[in-house]
Design a protein around this ligand. Structure first.
Ligand code: ATP
Ligand code: MG
Length: 440
């Protein structure tokens, strides 16, 4: 992408409305724009990052055996009357009437709809287990939308729903998502800690919030500090192995970890003082086993091995991709801007032409741009005639992991400078060596 032809509206001034660093940097880097309270457009740079986040989420959902579909944002109120949630949900639900005077709503979540899909097609235990997910916009009329897309009213959610004949089956389905979440957040460059969450009337040990530690987090969290170094399940994790996944779950729940709602002061104080971690955190995912809460009232039953009909055991599993983007920035930035983990960076590399219009600089940049693009890299080429200082500031602000800097003096020697955004380390090397770093 040539910057001169791209749409990346950088703000020079710090936006006054932004209270936290991720919101400030997302606005300054031209990633998002507020359209009305808590409702945002994702501008091209932001959209690139969001797509990469979603890609990783998808890959890990698919790896665990979940299957993607797409449900609509608008739902009929009737479905929610069946489960009894239409009246319970309260003011967070945006209720709409269509021209036929039918009561509709903008979905805040999809338990009812997925249960309806399930009951329409699945009749036998032989079709289980099943886990269906989608990545779709949700609307919750939050009383206090804030921090940009961190807590917005319209936001993207990956929500998965599992169906099993038995509670034991449902626990295995839960463990699959548990392991998939550990892998997902790790690939996004984050350390997320599963913390026991309130299960409501269902009870048991089966609701976890995945929390990222960050000073600007809205939740107060308490955990054992060893979580910071726990191993992440590998790429070849066998998601069909009941014991294997149970072992992962057991390990990751063996130490104390809770948000303030579930906090047990005595249990926390039993941890030796030097090993306690009390901090603030951002909830990026939430998984839940809720048994037959929806299948019972909505008649989602399957025939079991005994020939009788049983309401299915369900779980739901949410991740907030649009919240993850600022969460990653909270975890990875410096005074000059964002520092993207390579896995979600909007571009792999930015080429900075320090003297656009200078034949040697232009030729060198074009050569590198063509070679890296051909190698399948996402390349941003700053071919504008801005001052070098402005270009450096922009490159640092948008956080692309590697900068290739072509200035007249180095280019005259057949060389360029390669700068690592994270460490700031600069290295002069031949043009060929710079290309080979990416192509090899
Ligand atoms: P919170 O406690 O932050 O309000 P929640 O418990 O209401 O979240 P869930 O219903 O568990 O959230 O939704 C699943 C995921 O969707 C959350 O873990 C979060 O990542 C994301 N999410 C929820 N609400 C918002 C929001 N208002 N803006 C952005 N992302 C959100
Ligand atoms: Mg929650």
């Amino acid at each position: 992408m040539r910057l001169s032809r791209y749409f990346m509206p950088i703000l020079k001034e710090n936006p006054k409305e932004a209270e936290i660093v991720s919101h400030r940097l997302m606005l300054r880097a031209g990633m998002i724009r507020q359209q009305s309270a808590g409702i945002y457009s994702w501008l091209p740079l932001g959209k690139r990052v969001l797509d990469k986040v979603n890609k990783i989420i998808r890959e890990e959902q698919n790896r665990s055996g979940a299957i993607e579909l797409l449900m609509p944002t608008l739902q009929s109120a009737e479905l929610w009357q069946e489960s009894g949630r239409y009246d319970d949900y309260g003011k967070e639900m945006l209720r709409i009437k269509d021209r036929q005077d039918r009561q509709m709503l903008y979905g805040p979540t999809n338990e009812e709809m997925i249960t309806d899909i399930f009951r329409s097609y699945v009749k036998s235990y032989k079709n289980l287990p099943l886990n269906l997910y989608h990545i779709q916009l949700k609307f919750r009329d939050e009383i206090r939308p804030r921090f940009g897309v961190m807590r917005s009213r319209e936001f993207l959610m990956k929500d998965a729903y599992s169906f099993d004949l038995t509670r034991e089956g449902a626990e295995h389905s839960y463990n699959k998502m548990f392991a998939a979440y550990l892998r997902t957040f790790d690939r996004l460059g984050l350390r997320a800690i599963p913390m026991r969450a309130d299960t409501g009337p269902i009870g048991g040990n089966h609701s976890h919030e995945f929390i990222i530690l960050a000073d600007t987090g809205e939740s107060e969290v308490f955990c054992h500090k060893d979580f910071v170094d726990f191993d992440i399940p590998g790429e070849h994790t066998d998601f069909d192995s009941v014991e294997g996944l149970q072992a992962i779950f057991d390990k990751w729940t063996s130490l104390y970890a809770a948000t303030s709602e579930m906090h047990d002061e005595a249990a926390f104080n039993a941890i030796p003082e030097g090993e306690r971690l009390s901090a603030r955190g951002i909830e990026v995912g939430h998984i839940f086993y809720f048994g037959t809460k929806y299948s019972e009232p909505m008649g989602a039953k399957v025939q079991g091995k005994d020939g009788k009909e049983h309401p299915v055991h369900m779980g739901s599993y949410g991740i907030g991709p649009t919240r993850l983007v600022p969460a990653i920035i909270e975890a990875s930035h410096d005074e000059n801007g964002i520092i993207w983990p390579a896995s979600v960076a909007p571009f792999d590399v930015v080429i900075i032409n320090m003297k656009a219009g200078d034949q040697a600089c232009d030729d060198t940049c074009e050569l590198i741009y063509a070679a890296l693009t051909k190698a399948g890299k996402d390349v941003l080429y700053d071919d504008t005639d801005d001052r070098a200082g402005t270009k450096f500031a922009t490159a640092d602000l948008i956080g692309v992991p590697v900068q290739i800097i072509a200035g007249p003096r180095a280019v005259a020697n057949g060389e360029v400078e390669v700068k690592d955004r994270k460490t700031g380390a600069r290295e002069t090397m031949t043009i060929e060596a710079a290309i080979n770093r990416f192509v090899a």
